[in-house]
Design a protein around this ligand. Sequence first.
Ligand SMILES: [Zn+2]
Ligand SMILES: [Zn+2]
Length: 266
Amino acid sequence: MPRSNARVRVSRWMETLGGALGAVVFPSDCRLCKALLTRADRLPICDACLGSFPGLPKEVCERCGQPWSVEAAEEESSAICRECRERGFAFDAARSFGTYEGMLAKAIVLLKYEEIDPLGSWFAKQLEKIARGLPEKFGPDLVVPVPLHRARQKERGYNQVDLFGRPLARRLGLPYRPVLLQRKRARPEKQLLHFDERWDAVRGAFAIREGGRVDNFRILLLDDVMTSGATLDACSRALRAAGAKSVAGLTIARAVRQATRVRESA
Ligand SMILES: [Zn+2]
Ligand SMILES: [Zn+2]
């Protein structure tokens, strides 16, 4: 196999560099495609995989950030999609870096279960550009992650949103408030496929911690994935009830509606 040959060659070359340096930059495989990594940084994903992350089109609903489908674009002249008009999300805007599929979905699973800090920093860099592109009126003043339930965080040891949330807040020069929001009710264990179940599962599940202050602040609310928008909506309701001036949601990835429809009918 060419890959293992290359690996042996690189390993021999590393040996000649000597112990200390060799230990720092010892070559490893891309965690997504297993290709040998040749970059010097600590990000364990190759450039080809990073470049394959599925992006979103420029044309999205002004409010929820959902890509316009061809049919919707033809039948609607509004800048706001039908779901936003009919359901009325509690957030003022929601945006994402990419679509929740392919290598991006796999990378988010890595972030969720393997606390890979350099991957969190890489996502923070991508999300910074999107956060800076938000309309001026949404600020933000504070960065707040969607929290895990206390029992879930204890079990996992960390909240994966913090891995990109902290470096993102640093990049934006804003305070990061990981304990401002609390999840009072844990997410059910079973896989929730239908949008209605997702909405029921998070309704009233979040609250502001006692003594937490959000009055008149413009909040940037972070999560890893936006599926139905129910979680961002429930968090936004709690933040708004406590006096937040605006809430803009930002996620690494989102499920796009067409894909969801295919999954539900399968
Ligand atoms: Zn790769
Ligand atoms: Zn919308």
